[in-house]
Design a protein around this ligand. Structure first.
Ligand code: NAD
Length: 302
């Protein structure tokens, strides 16, 4: 019998790639998404799309009924807007996660995989950064992502819902660019550069461009979600990155196209660099797509 998954945020960038991988792996998949930043067109026709707001209490149980695994990716995932509306972001990012784990308990779900974020480390003292690095969020969003994963782990343990939190680093790849969220996340700077190059405009490098990011290709992130879903380990927290940072300036140079410098953003770390030894050892996952390959795929997509 095929396994049944619910993917919250499955109409979004990362969630839709998780959906694609699960379908390819023979799962039956339902997507819960309010389409606020996501897009119906991202959802494969063989998945069921249910328009649903994760922050509300109603309808969770029937939405999860029959699912053995839940991937909770729904969130308002941008740093800068979380400063403008911290309460609205809290409701989706934290309350939504709590409602999700409660519903997993009620529906008898056997595995919850929840999306965390490398932004929760703030300015890490250790590079590469291991999972036991102190949490020191620099934005409401970063704090909320930590609260979400911690609530899922603590409540999951109490409720008997095995839960794995994955801390994604800077994810890039097809569908990262949303018309509703343009130009406001490092996560999509690879996609932004690809679009700027295709449009014949200069690439916009923020600050001095020497800030480094650990870019991980979105299909690799989807594979990490699947690895967490099928793991025998009941609970855990894992970094999901390439394990190799690159500066934004070096990234711009890889595009072989003119660039200009624009104003720096507040509330972001200088360097992100994942220590991925734990996920390699415990979930048997490692990244497969190099940055050069990932950029080529992205440019071919435009
Ligand atoms: P995204 O905006 O493309 O996807 C988020 C999805 O959640 C969208 O489809 C959106 O419509 C949906 N959503 C938002 N509010 C909702 C609500 N109230 N109810 C139901 N659905 C709602 O962003 P993404 O980059 O794919 O992010 C997916 C997850 O990964 C998020 O949890 C994010 O915090 C996390 N993450 C992303 C990155 C990255 O580099 N992109 C890095 C770290 C963590």
């Amino acid at each position: 019998m095929s396994r049944r998954a619910v993917v919250t945020g499955g109409a979004g960038f990362i969630g839709s790639h998780v959906v694609d991988l699960l379908l390819a792996d023979g799962w039956r998949v339902a997507v819960l998404d309010d389409l606020s930043t996501g897009n119906e067109a991202n959802v494969d026709a063989s998945a069921d799309l249910i328009q649903f707001d994760v922050s509300t209490s109603d309808g969770w149980l029937s939405a999860l009924r029959g699912a053995d695994t839940v991937f909770h990716l729904a969130a308002l995932p941008r740093i800068q807007p979380s400063f403008d509306d911290p309460v609205g972001h809290e409701l989706v990012n934290v309350v939504g996660a709590i409602r999700c784990v409660e519903a997993c308990r009620d529906a008898g779900v056997r595995r919850l995989v929840v999306a965390g974020s490398s932004s929760s480390y703030g300015v890490p003292r250790r590079l590469p950064t291991p999972e036991d690095e102190p949490i020191d969020p620099l934005s409401p969003y970063a704090l909320q992502k930590y609260a979400a994963e911690r609530n899922c782990l603590v409540l999951g343990e109490r409720y008997g819902v095995p839960t794995i939190a994955l801390r994604f680093f800077n994810v890039y790849g097809p569908r990262s660019f949303s018309e509703r969220n343009p130009l406001n996340a490092y996560s999509s700077v690879v996609g932004i550069f690809a679009r700027q190059k295709a449009a014949g405009t200069a690439l916009t490098v923020t600050g001095d461009g020497l800030q480094k990011r650990d870019f991980v290709y979105v299909t690799d992130v989807a594979r990490a979600n699947l690895a967490a879903a099928i793991s025998e380990r009941p609970f855990g927290v894992y970094n999901v990155g390439a394990g190799e940072p690159i500066s934004i300036l070096e990234l711009a140079k890889l595009f072989d196209h003119p660039y200009v410098f624009v104003e720096e953003r507040q509330g972001e770390s200088r360097t992100t660099w994942a220590d991925i030894s734990r996920i390699r050892a415990e979930l048997g996952w490692s990244p497969e797509v190099s940055l050069v390959e990932g950029i080529e795929y992205g440019e071919a997509e435009l």
